[in-house]
Design a protein around this ligand. Structure first.
Ligand code: ATR
Length: 283
């Protein structure tokens, strides 16, 4: 029986997941396909119900349904219940399990692609939306010493810090005007610098106060070299782009569906190939 997985969202036309998940299935010799399941809001419940069929491995979930799918699932694994967001659904004999691999994918990317273990380190997150949320939860779980959150709308940062850190004091909100000094790692979790986003040429913060050796990370992956990363590299700081987070969240989902170790290099190559194809470059 050929198995199926796919991405549920609205829209999903620009998702890179079909390119790199299909490549991973093929590379591992799995008889499985990965599809785009564009799902208008009224069709979400039926779409989730369809995942219980025997040929279904499961699904990824993206904007705008990461929260909306929770009540449609049977069990929540990992931190997904506390986070209130699911990006991966696994079908186990007709029962649907929800997971969130966004934050854990980010931490895996930090460890494997930048050689940075967040345990005992101080990190600054720029932004307080859904992306920052997943990352903040995962950093606390990975035993970061301090997670500071700053945001254009400061109240959102304060709320997120309370929600993730509780009374531990590990997660704090900092004023957006404060220069970012004393951090081991600074992460752009806003859409600033994103191709087609609200501010593609801007920097999410100044790096003037960043000390030598501060790892600068951008979760934006298109373009692969964002203005923030270009500026960080100009200052001689180590950098990590957004593609690794995307690949590792997908790799963790792949492993949950199949029980097979994800072929990371194959997934990277397929994603880069697809990005180049879209940019009109060589395939
Ligand atoms: P996501 O789920 O991708 O995190 P989101 O919830 O819309 O998306 O959050 C986008 C983040 O980018 C927010 O932190 C947002 O700041 P506000 O909370 O103040 O809106 C931030 N952001 C978007 N455009 C920005 C800009 N031009 N300057 C600074 N921050 C911006």
């Amino acid at each position: 029986m050929s198995r199926r997985a796919g991405i549920i969202g609205h829209p999903v036309a620009h998702s890179l997941s079909p390119a790199f998940q299909s490549a991973a299935f093929a590379h591992c010799g799995l008889d499985a396909v990965y599809e785009r399941w564009d799902t208008p809001p009224g069709a979400l419940a039926a779409r989730i119900q369809s995942l219980r069929a025997p040929d279904m491995l499961g699904a990824n979930v993206t904007i705008p349904y990461k929260e909306a799918v929770l009540p449609l699932l049977d069990e929540l694994g990992g931190q997904s219940a506390r986070m209130g967001a699911v990006n991966t659904i696994v079908n186990r004999e007709g029962r649907l399990f929800g997971f969130n691999t966004d934050g854990t994918g980010f931490v895996a990317a930090l460890r494997h692609e930048a050689g940075f273990d967040p345990a005992g380190r101080k990190l600054l997150l720029l932004g307080a939306g859904g992306a920052a949320r997943g990352i903040a939860f995962a950093l606390v779980e990975a035993n970061a010493a301090a997670v500071a959150i700053t945001n254009r709308t400061p109240e959102r940062a304060r709320r997120l810090a309370r929600e993730v850190g509780g009374a531990t004091g590990i997660v704090t909100a900092v004023d957006p005007g404060e220069p970012p000094s004393g951090y081991d790692c600074i992460v752009n979790c806003t859409s600033v610098g994103m191709h087609g986003g609200p501010d593609p040429l801007a920097l999410p913060c100044s790096l003037e106060a960043a000390g030598p050796g501060t790892l600068v990370v951008d979760i934006v992956y298109a373009p692969e070299q964002t203005p923030f990363l270009v500026e960080a590299a100009r200052r001689g700081l180590p950098v990590l782009g957004g593609l690794p987070m995307l690949i590792y969240q997908g790799a963790l989902a792949f492993e949950l569906w199949t029980g097979v170790r994800a072929p990371i290099d194959v997934m990277f190559a397929a994603a880069r190939n697809e990005l180049a194809r879209r940019a009109g470059g060589p395939t």
